[in-house]
Design a protein. Structure first.
Length: 81
């Protein structure tokens, strides 16, 4: 079962309320997405830790309802990003 773009965004936003989130449906099939997540919560974390934090926010849906997510994470610098 495919996931809707807004559902992915909402799940990430719950864990990263300050985040700037951009998501694209890469294939138009609801299974292959690209996401960029910018958050202050990534401060001091490695890229691997940042990606794990985002995958954890998806609550086990990665690999199940969500087939593929190309992920980019960035540390947000201050209130304006």
């Amino acid at each position: 079962m495919a996931m809707q773009l807004e559902e992915i965004k909402n799940l990430i936003k719950e864990s990263f309320p300050d985040a700037i989130i951009e998501i694209q449906d890469l294939a138009g099939d609801g299974n292959h997405y690209s996401a960029t997540v910018i958050s202050e919560k990534f401060s001091g974390k490695s890229k691997i830790q940042q990606h794990k934090m985002v995958y954890d926010s998806l609550r086990g849906k990665m690999g199940n309802e969500l087939h593929a997510l190309a992920l980019k994470t960035k540390e947000k610098n201050g209130p304006t990003g």
